[in-house]
Design a protein around this ligand. Sequence first.
Ligand code: CAA
Length: 255
Amino acid sequence: MENILVDVQVNAAIITINRPKQLNALNKRTIEEINHALSTLSKNREVRGIIITGAGDKAFVAGADIKEFAHFSKEEGKELARSGQEKLFDFIEHYPKPIIAAVNGFALGGGLELAMACHMRIASENARMGLPEVSLGLIPGYGGTQRLPQLIGKGKAIELITTAKMIDAKEALQYKLVNYVVSLDELLPKASEIIKSISHNSPTAITAAIKSINVGFDHRENGFEKEINEFGNCFGSEDFVEGTTAFMEKRKPNF
Ligand code: CAA
């Protein structure tokens, strides 16, 4: 891996995007490396959740790599968005284990889109977030026009996208764009603490919950129907037997 670091710890794996001189901008190779690391980690049963963060104390990710796409044609632009969404953004949203974005500085354009594709976001006090694409003559291409309104509501999303304005961590918390704001030192410990509490619960049920929640935002399918199906499927799992047995035996489940 050239552009990312992967650190597997107890329960959690930390993926650090490691291009600090370019403020961790997402180029094609970085997207492929994250996809590869996540694919490998999905098979590791010890890993119960993933944390994605950026190297250095200045940026989480300052966007898609502008230098890489500056001369792209219309067709190349479409392909950049399509393949990025498939390989990284949609892949993360539908990943079977919870992924937390630990936003440690600038999260702009594709960087905020990456954080929004994750299942949760925690920001450090110095974080600054925005979708400045219209200032480059673009629109967000990695799902930002869809996920920002889902997270903060349509009116505020249109304001942020059309003004290209950056918001600080406090405002992001106020808009419910992030779950918590902590100091930079507390950022990874806070994310690890959440994954630790997730690790007490059934991985099968967690995957089913992620799938059901996601379908609620996909207007092509009925979220309630999906929930009914996923709920029913849980009854066939070993984790369900262990969870209910442990409850009745008044002990902690061992998933
Ligand atoms: N792509 C490529 N390189 C980037 C980058 C990006 N998105 N953001 C920063 N860099 C590079 C800079 O070019 C600079 O490199 P050099 O030293 O080689 O010149 C280095 O990172 C440091 O950046 P700055 O000198 O600009 O740092 P600063 O502190 O003055 O400013 C900043 C920080 C406000 C974040 C500024 O770098 C900036 O505005 N970056 C671009 C943010 C942006 O527009 N992001 C959206 C990208 S488009 C997108 O993401 C499309 C999509 O949805 C698919």
